[in-house]
Write a protein that binds this ligand. Structure first.
Ligand SMILES: Nc1ncnc2c1ncn2[C@@H]1O[C@H](COP(=O)(O)OP(=O)(O)OP(=O)(O)O)[C@@H](O)[C@H]1O
Length: 232
């Protein structure tokens, strides 16, 4: 379980202070898909980045399975990020000039596995999404649907406990969006904790829990196992 307690994140922009996330407390559960929704500029991506330890909050704490992940050294955070999180970003951020193998192995870079072990893990991850045969393809030759699957394989290749997806269906047509969601559901069913940021309320309604952010504040939460403000 991930626990956020009184998390705030501010950015200084010139003389101004932007309060991107204000005093958010919530709990996120494994084997579930949690959606973070709300209007543009509401703080969704910032909150996801705080959860994924890509950004340190200005105040408040985040812990995962009881371990505090805030106020730790950058060196610790880099390793922790790598072992704990799989990230899916909107445009998939694949390296066009590399092969599928080179892209999907990126999260394994810090692992002690030998090249042969890496190839097996990469191929297995691709096979989970039905694209094992693409392992040596150049990314530039892939279709949009193949890119999604490769991006999902990259997110799970090191068996992270947590998958964080920022608008994972945002750039896709409806059929491909549904497929990505089905894959995220399979990932959650396998025991991972999945968090998605989405503008798509229909998609959010299929999730197990929804948190709505507006002007950085958590204004509503719904769903299974919801705990707001740290109260059971
Ligand atoms: N690195 C940054 N520096 C300064 N301000 C930032 C930074 N990142 C986000 N912000 C500001 O914080 C607020 C929340 O932004 P955030 O991207 O988290 O919102 P969002 O809900 O994800 O928006 P969208 O749906 O448009 O992606 C906005 O006012 C944004 O301009």
């Amino acid at each position: 379980m991930i626990v956020l307690e009184n998390v705030s994140k501010e950015f200084r922009v010139g003389e101004e202070t932007v309060h991107a996330v204000r005093d958010v407390s919530l709990r996120l559960h494994p084997s579930r898909i949690t959606a973070i929704v709300g209007p543009s500029g509401g703080g969704k991506s910032t909150l996801l980045n705080v959860i994924g330890r890509l950004t340190e909050p200005t105040s408040g704490t985040v812990s995962i399975q009881g371990e505090l992940i805030t106020s730790r050294s950058e060196r610790w955070a880099a390793r922790f990020r790598n072992e704990t999180f799989g990230y899916v970003v909107q445009d998939f951020a694949l390296i066009e000039t590399d092969t599928v193998f080179e892209n999907v192995r990126i999260p394994l870079v810090y692992s002690a596995r030998r090249p042969r072990g890496q190839r097996r893990l990469v191929t297995e991850a691709l096979m989970r999404f039905g694209v094992g045969d693409l392992v040596d393809y150049p990314v530039k030759n892939l279709s949009g649907g193949q890119r999604q699957r490769v991006a999902l394989a990259r997110a799970i290749v090191n068996s992270p406990k947590v998958i964080l997806a920022d608008e994972p269906t945002g750039a896709l047509d409806q059929a491909n969006g549904v497929r990505v969601f089905e894959h995220l559901r399979e990932i959650a069913d396998a025991g991972h904790l999945v968090v998605i940021v989405t503008h798509d309320l229909e998609l959010a309604e299929q999730c197990d829990a929804i948190h709505e952010l507006r002007d950085g504040r958590l204004i509503a939460s719904a769903g299974d196992g919801i705990t707001v403000s740290g109260k059971e």
